[in-house]
Design a protein around this ligand. Sequence first.
Ligand code: DAT
Ligand code: MG
Length: 155
Amino acid sequence: RSLQLTLAVIKPDAVAHPIISDAVHQRILDNKFLIVRNKELQWRAKDSQSFYQEHAGRFFYQRLVEFMSSGPMRAYILAHEDAIQLWRDIMGPTKVFRARITAPETIRGHLGLTDTRNTTHGSDSVESACREISFFFPDFDVSRWYEEQEPLYRA
Ligand code: DAT
Ligand code: MG
């Protein structure tokens, strides 16, 4: 058993309301994630477009791009056993109006505002975690971190 890294983001709707972003941060701590890096940042529209390239052309794309560059957010590199799936489970379903009914105890079910303003982001695979960690933390060297840090946490 060993640690896995994921990229988690508290989106602008939550950062705009400190009580909400504090609640999300507390979930990170309660679930015993190791916070490897974290920082606040704001995107320009071009960052948003590039990050969500896979959704270009979808009906919600323009809304998504504008929202994600509308204010500051907080990004985290989180480590945990099976971190990617664990964080996805804690976030809940993408669509808030579904999450509210089917998974009200999740972050999105509990704190999400709309399907666009859904409070948090999380990587969905090892490949996307790698890409997204570099996107948010260009100076972070994933392979080096594993070499230097990960063996310390092996069970
Ligand atoms: P997730 O964020 O759960 O990985 P995704 O990658 O499919 O979901 O979509 C990225 C973001 O785009 C999502 O967090 C919110 C927005 N989005 C996705 N589907 C949407 C929809 N049907 N209506 C409005 N916004 C949507
Ligand atoms: Mg996604």
